[in-house]
Design a protein around this ligand. Structure first.
Ligand code: FRU
Length: 499
């Protein structure tokens, strides 16, 4: 027993030490200034989002030994305000028989002043064939930093009779004294679905059945579910694998989206509308949410995509979280996500940019930066331009740039990263409603990311870009006519990781 404890301790110590050593050597060019990243090496999904003892905690899938995915640990960061984050020691390492090949994704819940992490223990049976044993496990902590794995893990060991071994990513919440869990699952017929369990104590779980499942278009496996109520509606977030591209939709390797509907507690039936993607950019996956002490539903996603090119691997790190976004549901049953208001704390200097009528490309002198927030409002009344937008992270010679544009005739919003710098390329586009008085683009730029919130969070587009550090210009433009830029607020933003 004593020996096992020492070994476990040393697994975490080893991982933390390897991480620190690597952190001292990483390349900084594309390190983000105000997003959550690991000190070094690989990260993917956000895990265990929770508000505990006055602070926000975010854990994440992490391989502390390498810039590529590998045996998953849980990295950890916390913040008092959702803006200034601090790294904490790695919380979980794969150190038991039931999780020896990885502590996969999961969630957190507070019970009796104790923080519980509920995660998937992953053990490979046949890695090339993607066959594994996945079970649900628990770890707990009084201080929110050091975790003890429950001695009788796993707490859910067997899959339902019609399930494959793809049985992972528990999201747990409490309602009226009962704990609920949703899990991502793949049936023996290769149908993606979310299944539901309940428990009075987090230890003994009862299978409650299927919450939602794929039709022929919605994929063979659903990962990372999250189920919650917002604005009187029930919302299921999940990340389906195996959907086919359909016009502008589902262009990424895997999707992340939602179903909105009504859940009947007695029949346990979730009646819902159709699947919608949450973010129309290149890099958004495995989103999770938390409800905070202000009653807000806050979502954070992984700001990357499986199998994309990730040029920062050369620099010894890879992967980041998106900005925290406040989730609501509008009259049309669509999910709206806006950057949380605390992000205003990032603002340093407001740059002087005069709003004006634009009829060609206008490079803005004095409006430059790697870390910028832009709040742009274009008037649609009297518009004659066929296309307008903003170019960011532009080089002086104009060969490098990322273009965010509106095609007026097609009513489409674009992000074009064909000239964005290292590695990644491609365009994403989506419908934008131009039947309003104005078109609003709220944009956050960091050293290797762009997050666009259009029309007050109706559209989110998130993409990673890897421009040269010297490509910092901004230009507005209009083609084949004029558009009036009514408001142009631009701020330089703080680097929260600097000193
Ligand atoms: C989603 C995912 C999860 C899994 C984790 C492993 O990106 O595949 O389903 O738990 O990543 O790192």
């Amino acid at each position: 027993m004593a020996q096992a404890t020492i070994d476990r301790q040393s697994k975490l110590e080893q991982a933390n030490q390897a991480l620190q050593e690597r952190a001292a050597t990483i390349g900084k060019d594309h390190r983000l200034g105000y997003h959550i990243m690991a000190p070094a090496n690989w990260i993917n999904d956000p895990n265990g989002l929770v508000f505990f003892k006055g602070e926000y905690h975010v854990f994440y899938q992490h391989h502390p030994y390498d810039e590529h995915w590998g045996p998953m640990h849980w990295g950890h960061a916390k913040s008092a305000d959702l803006v200034h984050w601090e790294h904490l020691p790695i919380a979980l390492a794969p150190d038991h028989e039931y999780d020896k090949d990885g502590c996969f994704s999961g969630s957190a819940v507070v019970k009796d002043d104790t923080l519980y992490l509920i995660y998937t223990g992953h053990v490979w049976v046949d890695r090339p064939k993607d066959i594994a044993i996945q079970t649900q496990c628990i770890a707990y902590s009084k201080d929110g930093v050091t975790f003890t794995k429950y001695e009788h893990n796993p707490v859910i060991e067997n899959v339902p009779s019609d399930s494959t071994g793809h049985f992972r990513d528990p999201k747990v919440w409490e309602k009226n004294g009962t704990f609920h869990m949703v899990l991502g699952n793949r049936t023996k017929e290769d149908v993606g679905r979310v299944i539901h369990y309940s428990s009075s104590n987090l230890i003994d779980w009862k299978y409650e059945g299927v919450l939602a499942k794929a039709d022929e278009k919605l994929g063979y496996m659903w990962e990372c579910p999250d189920f919650f109520t917002v604005d009187g509606k029930e919302v299921l977030f999940f990340s389906p694998q195996g959907m086919k591209a359909d016009g502008d939709r589902y262009q990424n390797l895997y999707q992340t989206g939602y179903l909105v509907g009504t859940y009947d507690e007695s029949s346990k039936e979730f009646v819902h509308g159709s699947f919608e993607e949450l973010d129309k950019g290149h890099d958004y996956y495995a989103v999770q949410t938390l409800e905070d002490h202000k009653g807000r539903r806050i979502a954070i996603g992984w700001m990357d995509m499986w199998e994309s090119e990730m040029p920062t691997k050369e620099d010894g790190w890879c992967g980041a979280m998106t900005l925290p976004r406040e989730v609501s549901v509008n009259q049309d049953q669509k999910v709206i996500m806006k950057p949380v208001e605390e992000l205003k704390m990032l603002r340093k200097d407001q740059l002087s940019v005069s709003a004006d009528v634009i009829d060609h490309e206008v490079k803005l002198s004095g409006c430059q930066g790697e870390l910028l927030e832009l709040e742009l409002v274009f008037t649609l009344k009297d518009i004659t331009a066929k296309e307008f937008g903003v170019m960011v992270r532009k080089s002086t010679d104009g060969t490098e740039q990322t273009i965010i544009s509106v095609d007026v005739e097609q009513s489409k919003l674009f992000i074009d990263r064909d000239q964005s710098g290292k590695g990644v390329k491609g365009i994403r586009k989506t419908h934008i409603d131009l039947e309003q008085d104005v078109c609003k683009l709220h944009i956050y730029l960091d050293r290797s990311s762009v997050e666009i919130f259009a029309n007050d969070g109706e559209i989110n587009m998130t993409s990673r870009i890897y421009p040269k550090t010297s490509s910092i210009d901004v230009a507005f433009y209009a083609k084949n006519g004029k558009v009036k830029l009514e408001t142009a607020n631009v701020w330089t933003l703080k680097d929260i990781w600097e000193g």
